[in-house]
Ligand binder design. Structure first.
Ligand code: CXF
Ligand code: ZN
Length: 366
């Protein structure tokens, strides 16, 4: 069947809205009619060629929609089900899945990087050439055909644009605080970056009972929304930031520092802002090949811990429904996260606005 999709044909060029050909789902695959796809910085990394995927590609990795049809052997969803997509499909059987780390599933690692299905083929063609999909999804299209392993059924009474955000920003941010870092009540938290992910880290830290929660950003328009999401203090990022974090934490530095932007300088500053024995959690993605100077001399002598957090250490099948229950019960402010909506053909404007930093989360609605 034919559908519209935003295709990236060359790095550092705009997305092109094209009519592409989509094949039906094969065994173990699901076709989903997309309802909403979030506008995340990681797609932009693909555009810039910093997060490498083969071209041509359909980006978009934070989506939700309604199951249209299923391939042979699919048992966990049926047509009509509302679903949130996981950008880290997992097999449930490998070394990592069996050890409770589905976010590291080793069966899907090479598949997701390849931009193709497990069998090395694509379900999408444009001008008779195969089109790749970002991290197993490709949500900037009217439909996706993806493995059942990436599809999580969710309750039908939540807006699908909210369900979409759970697929990246919410899991990455809330998960980083509640699971990866395991923030405890009364612990001090500092969060570098108050964008889509940073606000979710703040919200997760607040759920854990952290105090104080210090949000740091270069954009003063983020300060008010950071407070709405649970920040007790907001700092405009400059040379005085580390000193101010120390002042707010009895001179020691924070128990937990999170870096959500993906900038080496902030990762380095974050280590300084962490108290001896405290934990720096790296959430923002920096490009492969980039280096960060985290001095071993300091880490050894201060017992600071540096942790990576990928997809907030979540278990999609367990946690996507849980986050949506929490939203329904008023514990997660997800309506407030969506600050702009766009049509698919406005996608280039959506990314231009994301780059100015004034939008908490933009969402493409279909
Ligand atoms: C990313 C992780 C790396 C692949 C693309 C998606 N996650 C969140 O933005
Ligand atoms: Zn993302």
């Amino acid at each position: 069947m034919k559908m519209q999709a935003a295709v990236l044909t060359e790095f550092n060029t705009p997305f092109q809205i094209e009519t592409v050909e989509l094949s039906p789902p094969q065994a173990g695959e699901v076709m989903i009619k997309m309802a909403a796809s979030g506008v995340c910085h990681s797609d932009w990394h693909v555009v810039e060629g910093l997060s490498y995927f083969p071209l041509p590609i359909i980006c978009g990795h934070e989506g939700a929609g309604i199951v249209e049809s299923v391939g042979e052997g699919v048992t966990s969803v049926e047509p009509g089900d509302h679903v949130t997509l996981s950008f880290r499909a997992n097999c449930d059987g490998c070394f990592y899945c069996q050890r409770g780390k589905p976010n590291l599933c080793e069966v899907y690692t090479p598949v997701l990087r390849s931009g193709l299905m497990k069998d090395g083929t694509s379900r999408i063609a444009w001008r008779d050439e195969p089109v790749h999909i970002m991290t197993g999804l490709g949500c900037f299209a009217e439909y996706v055909v993806i493995p059942e392993d990436a599809v999580v059924p969710v309750r039908r009474d939540v807006p699908l644009e909210v369900a979409a955000l759970v697929g990246c920003a919410v899991s990455t941010g809330v998960g980083a605080a509640i699971y990866t870092a395991d923030v405890r009540p009364g612990e001090s938290v500092a969060v570098y970056g108050a964008g889509g992910v940073g606000l979710n880290i703040i919200m997760g830290a607040a759920l854990c009972g952290a105090d104080p929660i210090i949000a740091i950003d270069t954009n003063s328009s983020k300060m008010e929304i950071a407070r709405e999401f649970g920040a007790t203090h907001t700092l405009y990022s400059d040379e005085s930031t580390i000193g101010q974090i120390q002042t707010l934490t009895q001179g020691r530095g924070a128990d937990h520092v999170f870096e959500s932007v993906g900038l080496q300088v902030l990762q380095e500053a974050g280590l300084e802002a962490t108290r001896p024995g405290g934990t720096l959690t790296l959430v923002g993605l920096t490009p492969f090949g980039s280096g960060t100077n985290l001095p071993g001399a300091v880490i050894t002598r201060t017992e600071k811990v540096v942790r990576g957090s990928f997809y907030g250490s979540v278990h999609p099948r367990r946690d996507f429904p849980m986050f949506l229950d929490m939203y329904s019960n008023g514990k997660l402010m997800l309506d407030e996260l969506v600050t702009r909506r766009y049509r698919l053909n406005e996608i280039n404007e959506a990314y231009a606005n994301m780059l100015t930093g004034e939008v908490a989360r933009g969402v493409i609605v279909f």
